[in-house]
Design a protein around this ligand. Structure first.
Ligand SMILES: CC(C)(COP(=O)(O)OP(=O)(O)OC[C@H]1O[C@@H](n2cnc3c(N)ncnc32)[C@H](O)[C@@H]1OP(=O)(O)O)[C@@H](O)C(=O)NCCC(=O)NCCS
Length: 171
């Protein structure tokens, strides 16, 4: 099955998507479109096969205080640019078939483009506790909370992957 990853379009059918995580599904059904097309606060990329959305990832540029980073001693003493992976979910019907990996790989490519055109030192994610091991597989490491305590429960785990540590693309 060919899966294409591309930016969300206004005409995409988002309502039939179900990841099993109610908050992520609600975000995708109700807010992903207006955030992207009206407010421009983030972009959602979708994995699509046969006109059906299999998964999505929402990203936006961000910044981090350098001392938060594992390799901050080589960084300048002011906030540095990162790509924030805000949300990631795969439809329950196709979980475990490589769609999450594909979307993550797409984020790495975007972060590398951002590095080359605007500046970017790595990818930051607030991981749900059940997804921490998923991000670890790709080299993300837990870092100290950067913006105070999150009100979300269960509390997300901030994790960071320096661009220099992005795993090579398998052939
Ligand atoms: C977490 C999620 C995005 C993973 O997507 P997926 O398409 O099911 O994952 P993939 O099939 O691409 O898996 C890639 C690898 O990650 C592993 N993996 C997948 N989910 C995992 C999890 N929750 N914990 C640990 N490893 C996981 C797979 O076993 C696979 O390993 P392999 O390459 O050694 O075979 C998906 O299960 C999901 O949407 N879950 C509900 C919402 C959620 O928790 N989102 C994360 C928000 S931070």
């Amino acid at each position: 099955m060919t899966v294409e990853v591309r930016a969300l379009r206004p005409e995409d059918d988002r309502q039939s998507f179900r990841s099993g995580d109610e908050a992520l599904d609600l975000f995708f059904h109700r807010y992903a479109g207006q955030n992207q097309f009206r407010h421009h606060v983030g972009v959602t990329c979708v994995a699509v096969a046969k006109d059906r959305i299999q998964g999505f990832v929402t990203i936006s540029p961000g910044q981090l205080e350098a001392p938060t980073l594992p390799s901050w001693r080589r960084m300048p003493p002011y906030p540095v640019p990162i790509l924030r992976l805000a949300r990631l979910a795969v439809d329950r019907a196709v979980q475990g078939r490589g769609v999450g990996r594909l979307l993550l790989r797409h984020c790495f490519e975007l972060a590398e483009r951002m590095r080359d055109e605007l500046g970017c030192v790595g990818v930051l994610v607030d991981a749900k506790p059940n997804a921490v091991d998923f991000y670890r597989l790709y080299g993300f490491e837990e870092i100290q909370a950067v913006e105070g305590e999150s009100q979300q429960r269960p509390r997300p785990v901030p994790m960071f992957l320096p661009l220099a540590a992005v795993p090579p693309k398998p052939r």
